[in-house]
Write a protein that binds this ligand. Structure first.
Ligand SMILES: [Zn+2]
Length: 185
């Protein structure tokens, strides 16, 4: 059975058996927290458990690397929406050790895309149109530095409500231990 078919089969049962009842809550985070973290598979359950976050406690924004690169991208928009429209009043950026974005650069991805059918001319037109593929696919060298950079970008953001605490943490994907990179007063 394909993954999507097994998901759909499970889902039917989940709803029929009212599996959702254990998760009933609202869209407003009880702990008034918004978390930016990585999409890493090891963090799906470990991060909430390690941070004592249950369903309904926090808004969670995820991407590859927990990286905020552009102050007006969708990550920052999500944080701002959580703060203004969803009653969050505190932000935590949570990177993790052993992140796939460590040392990542565009070259291997571009090579695989070309191998898998992207035309060289398409890549050239993107670059001609001003898309900085190198920058877009760039990871970081040190997760703690990356978290600190994201925290600073959020703190300096013109839309950030004054006095909003913004923290930077790094989690171990093995033990769940949190390392504080920068804790707001
Ligand atoms: Zn990661």
């Amino acid at each position: 059975m394909s993954v999507i078919d097994s998901i759909l089969e499970h889902n039917k049962k989940f709803v029929e058996e009212r599996g959702f009842e254990a998760y009933e809550t609202t869209k407003f985070p009880d702990k008034k927290l918004v978390i930016l973290t990585c999409m890493d598979t090891r963090l799906i359950e470990l991060l909430p458990k390690a941070m004592n976050i249950s369903n309904g406690d926090a808004k969670v924004v995820k991407n590859a690397g927990a990286i905020l690169t552009d102050p007006f991208d969708s990550v920052m928009r999500s944080i701002i929406v959580a703060l203004y429209e969803l009653q969050a009043d505190e932000v935590a950026v949570v990177g993790h050790y052993g992140c796939g974005m460590t040392g990542m650069n565009a070259t291997p991805v571009v090579e695989k895309a070309l191998d898998q059918g992207m035309e060289k001319s398409t890549l050239e037109s993107l670059e001609y149109a001003g898309v900085d593929v190198e920058k877009w696919l760039k990871g970081f060298d040190d997760v703690e530095v990356s978290v600190k950079n994201s925290v600073d970008l959020i703190r300096r953001h013109p839309f950030l409500p004054k006095g909003t605490p913004v923290h930077g943490l790094v989690i171990s994907p093995e033990t769940g231990e949190l390392t504080v990179v920068d804790k707001a007063e």
